[in-house]
Design a protein around this ligand. Sequence first.
Ligand code: NAD
Ligand code: GDD
Length: 329
Amino acid sequence: MTRRALVTGAGGFIGSHLVTYLRSRGWWVRGADLKRPEFGDSAADDFVLGDLREPDVCRRACEGVTEVYALAADMGGMGFISKDPATILRNNALINLHTIEAARLAGATRYFLASSACIYPEYAQTTPDLRPLRESDAFPAGPQDSYGWEKLMAERLCVYYADQYSLDVRIARYHNVYGPYGTYDGGREKAPAALCRKVAEAPPGADVEIWGDGRQTRSFCFIDDCVEGTYRLMRSDHAEPVNIGSDRLVTIDELAALVMAAAGRDDLRLRHVAGPQGVRGRNSDNTLVREVLGWAPGIPLEDGLRVTYRWIAEQVTARHGEPAQTAPA
Ligand code: NAD
Ligand code: GDD
């Protein structure tokens, strides 16, 4: 029997990569999103264009599938999620409430939720050299922003659907995922893509703007690891939330230095400016993911940034009609 999956958010960054991955594994895949992928065609067999805040659209999307990967979300980096908290919570709550109910009504047997490291409490992320976040650190709850609160609610929703309806659920907490085909401008971009764009656009000797003092820390997970971890988790029997992220902690200044190295640029300086900073530090504890999947994200940041920078530099060149600075292949 053909294995049939729905990927919501299939017009977005992780969703479009996941569709391609599932197809390569022999799945029949339907995508659903407000938009088709901006950078190239979707590999999906079928695509529902529509607003997943609407129950009818969710029902159409879920028809005839056995597994649902719920990735659709109104989301972005700090520049986006630090604004309009009510809109973000409302949009994402509607999407998640209606998607899981439609999955249940359609008889789907397994449901994946793309949750986030943003669910972890702010009080556990106040220093750059923080202890990496374990899954059990989620409670007592205290996410920094409405996006994190909604993801936590969506996690609980999955737990209750599993209890009440025996829907098999899998929950990943993604930690800052980056790679080609991700948003790199317009306000939703996260730090890796934003810094690649800024470096690609910088004239010789220019300053590259960094929000904050650059000493805040994060870990960054390359898209191929994210998709691989998602699929492995879905095939596992682990129904509790699991981190999918890198456990290599870097400061944002170090990230910028790695981007400049990927670009082959040694002529640029960093300039620290005011901007939304989010938590002071964030890292993934990968003990549990190693235990349950026998695997953890491992693609070196240098390798991921080289590929990502090259792709973003190409986009910048295509847009401006003049070459961005690129390192030799
Ligand atoms: P993305 O913004 O590229 O993709 C999300 C997609 O959802 C977009 O294509 C958007 O059009 C779609 N969408 C938004 N509102 C919709 C609606 N009402 N109806 C239909 N579609 C709608 O984001 P991404 O980076 O691919 O993230 C995918 C998932 O992973 C999201 O749930 C996100 O919260 C989660 N996540 C991502 C990261 C990360 O670093 N990228 C980290 C943690 C969690
Ligand atoms: N976006 C962005 N753009 N961030 C910058 C920039 C810039 O030009 N310069 C410095 N930063 C700093 C931010 O101030 C923040 O301290 C850090 O880089 C990381 O910012 P983001 O990448 O935007 O977001 P985040 O890591 O705080 O949160 C992201 O990851 C979560 C999961 O780990 C967001 O995408 C969340 O939506 C996501 O859930």
